[in-house]
Design a protein around this ligand. Structure first.
Ligand SMILES: O=C(O)c1ccccc1NCC(=O)[C@H](O)[C@H](O)COP(=O)(O)O
Length: 263
C-alpha cells in the first residue's frame, strides 16, 4: 500500500472517532430539515442504463486532492449552485467527496448537492460502518474501495444492502475485480488512478472492463480531460466519473455539456 493511501486511511480512522463523538448524524438531519431535502433514493445504476441521449457522466465535487492540491475554494453554500450547473450541463449523477483533510470535503456538502435531485454518490474512504449510517441519511450510493476494505468488502456490501444503499465497488486490478465479482457487486468502478502511485493509466480500464459480465454496470473513474478520451472509454464502460477537469474549468456547466454531449 502506498504511503498516501496508508496516510489517508490512518487519518480517516482518527476522524471517524471524532465524528462519532460530535454526533454528525444529528447535524445532517437538522440541515436536511432546514433545507427541506428529502431522502428519496434514486439509483445511479438505473440512471446510467436509461441514459441514451448523452454520455452518462457522474461529475464530482472535489475541492482538493493529493495529486492536485487545491482545485477550488468552496463554501458549503456554493455546493448547491455547482450541483445545479452540473445538472444543467447534463450530469446523470453527482459524486461528493466527503473526506475533509486530503480532499476538502464534508458530509454537509451531500445535503446541498442533493438539492439538485440527481442521484448522489458519497465518495469517501469507507472503513467503518458508521460512515454507511451517515450515507444512509442523505446519499443514494456509496463508494466502497476494495483496496481499502479487502476481505471486509462482503460485510460492508451486506450492510449497504440492509440500508438499501447502492454500492459502487471500486477496483484497480484483476485481483480486486475477482473479489468484487465474488461478492456479487452489481455496479463496479474501475479507477484508472493507481492509488499507490497516483498515476493515471486509461489502459487499466481497457484491460479490466472486458472481464466484467454484461449484467454488471461498469463505471470508468479518473483522468479524463479531453472529449476524445471519454468517447474512447465509452467503448469499454457504461458510465464515467469525472472530477478535476470539470472543477478546474472556468465554466462548469459548459464543460459538463461539452463532455456529455453526443453531438
Ligand atoms: O485524486 C486523487 O489525487 C486521489 C488520491 C488518492 C486517492 C484517491 C484519489 N482520487 C479519488 C478519485 O478516484 C477521483 O476523485 C475520481 O475518480 C475523479 O478523478 P479525476 O477526474 O481524475 O479528478
Amino acid at each position: 500500500m502506498s504511503n498516501t493511501l496508508k496516510e489517508i486511511l490512518a487519518e480517516r480512522k482518527k476522524l471517524i472517532e471524532m465524528e462519532k463523538r460530535s454526533n454528525i448524524l444529528e447535524d445532517i438531519r437538522k440541515l436536511k430539515e432546514e433545507l427541506g431535502v428529502e431522502r428519496k433514493r434514486i439509483s445511479l445504476r438505473k440512471k446510467i442504463k436509461l441514459c441514451n441521449d448523452r454520455y452518462p457522466i457522474i461529475t464530482e465535487i472535489k475541492p482538493k486532492s493529493p495529486s492536485k492540491g487545491r482545485i477550488m475554494e468552496i463554501k458549503e453554500e456554493d455546493v448547491k449552485e455547482i450541483a445545479e450547473k452540473m445538472k444543467r450541463g447534463g450530469a446523470i449523477g453527482i459524486s461528493v467527496l466527503t473526506e475533509p483533510k486530503f480532499f476538502g470535503g464534508s458530509y454537509r456538502n451531500l445535503v446541498y448537492a442533493k438539492l439538485s435531485k440527481l442521484p448522489i454518490l458519497m465518495k469517501d474512504f469507507v472503513i467503518d460502518k458508521y460512515q454507511l449510517d451517515i450515507a444512509n441519511e442523505i446519499s443514494d450510493s456509496v463508494l466502497l474501495i476494495v483496496s481499502a476494505l479487502k476481505e471486509r468488502l462482503g460485510e460492508f456490501l451486506d450492510y449497504a444492502d440492509d440500508l438499501n444503499l447502492e454500492p459502487l465497488v471500486e477496483v484497480h486490478n484483476e485481483e480486486e475485480l475477482d473479489l468484487a465479482l465474488d461478492f456479487g457487486a452489481k455496479l463496479i468502478g474501475i479507477n484508472s488512478r493507481d492509488l499507490k502511485t497516483l498515476k493515471i493509466d486509461l489502459n487499466t480500464i481497457k484491460r479490466l472492463a472486458p472481464l466484467i459480465p454484461k449484467k454488471v454496470v461498469k463505471v470508468g473513474e479518473s483522468g479524463i480531460y479531453k472529449k476524445e478520451e471519454l468517447v474512447e472509454m465509452f467503448n469499454y464502460v457504461d458510465g464515467y466519473l469525472i472530477g478535476s477537469s470539470i472543477m478546474e474549468s472556468d465554466d462548469i456547466e459548459r464543460k459538463v455539456k461539452e463532455l456529455s454531449s453526443k453531438e
